[in-house]
Design a protein around this ligand. Sequence first.
Ligand code: 5AD
Ligand code: SF4
Length: 442
Amino acid sequence: MTRSFAIKSFGCQMNVYDAERMSEALQAEGMTESGGESGEAADVLILNTCHIREKAAEKLYHEIGRISARAREAGHKPVIAVTGCVAQAEGAEIIRRAGAVDLVVGPQAYHRLPRLLAEQAAGAKALVDLDMPALPKFDTLPARRRRGPSAFLTVQEGCDKFCAFCVVPYTRGAEASRGLDAIVEEARQLVDGGAREITLLGQNVNAWADGNKGFGQLVEAIAALPGVERIRYTTSHPRDVTEAMIRAHADIPQLMPYLHLPVQSGSDRVLAAMNRKHDRAFYFGLIDRFRAMRPDLAITSDFIVGFPGETEEDFADTLSLVEQVGYAQAFSFKYSPRLGTPAAERDDQIDEDVKSERLHRLQALLQEQSLAFNRRSVGQSCDILIERRGRQPGQWIGKSPWLQSVVVTDPTLSVGDLVRAELVSAGPNSLEGRLLTMKTAA
Ligand code: 5AD
Ligand code: SF4
């Protein structure tokens, strides 16, 4: 009998990508994926975890407890595999604390999941694989399968920046880039499988390099592939921005006018304490250069409030930076100490109440800016890539070039269509579009 599996993935887009590739690897072994509600009843349950913020390990143990209780009720014990960044950070400790877990596999070792599951089925117990080099897995994973119109493609992994708050350099390892040819080949497979938009992923995606080729040339190579209509990328580090990358926004029509460039804080004092390797003026300088190349660029960022030692004055600097840049969207978080990172050791941690209050003020400002950004789009016509059905009959949801969610109502559309629409109204999280013409059908 074929074994079934389900993957529950948490966290960033890189985890979404990893989950897709794990799924493909298991399907290549003849296993079947059971999604949604039926996931609970699968023979193998994979928890693809995220370690970036807030008590990730506690949440994982809670989730395992819940799954085990349900399994006992149903009289069915699934094989439980923990993958992702909590697996890398906690290792065998997971099996010691949660006896229901059978396998712990780090983010650089998941290509061996089929073999580990076979060993487990043959009686091996408590298997832990935390092997670190990032790149070998890509050579052994099976070809990409058919996916939706928008596909993720990991081109770079890991981080050498060591921001004082961040676990990524420890869980994902050192910066490593995949080779250009392998990436182009994977993009080709994705396009053959129906993708029209490709989002290049990496913890420091713009640090990508292959010999003397840099990120700008990677974008060029992907754009040269027939069938690639949209290119996006995330996440960029200010220190790795190059002139070629900025130019690409003017020269490559497929490159969408969207830039996620986390700044984390607007205070030079905090940026230095965070070990961000850039200050406020450097960041503003980059924003100006990008905007000179592409004035309509949607700029987004990540922010952390309440980093150890952050004063009210430092926080005011963050608010003033936000005012000066004008963001289309942003993610903002309360600082959360991560074991093993330098900032967690500091004795000037900020009170939870102060963090919450600052987060609240920052989010109010960011929300205002998202709404203003979306309202400025009203009246414009643009291309929308239809990604899924909306809630009402005949409703479809797609993305504008600026990554806004746009609702279009027309019974004749389908997923993967690229349509021309006029943006007619806007809220902070989505817009409404009026269909003008079908550009190209899926
Ligand atoms: N606490 C809060 N936010 C964090 N991030 C990373 N580490 C932490 C932490 N310890 C945020 C940063 C990063 C985003 C992915 O998560 O803003 O850019
Ligand atoms: Fe973490 Fe900083 Fe590296 Fe981003 S650049 S992954 S925040 S250490």
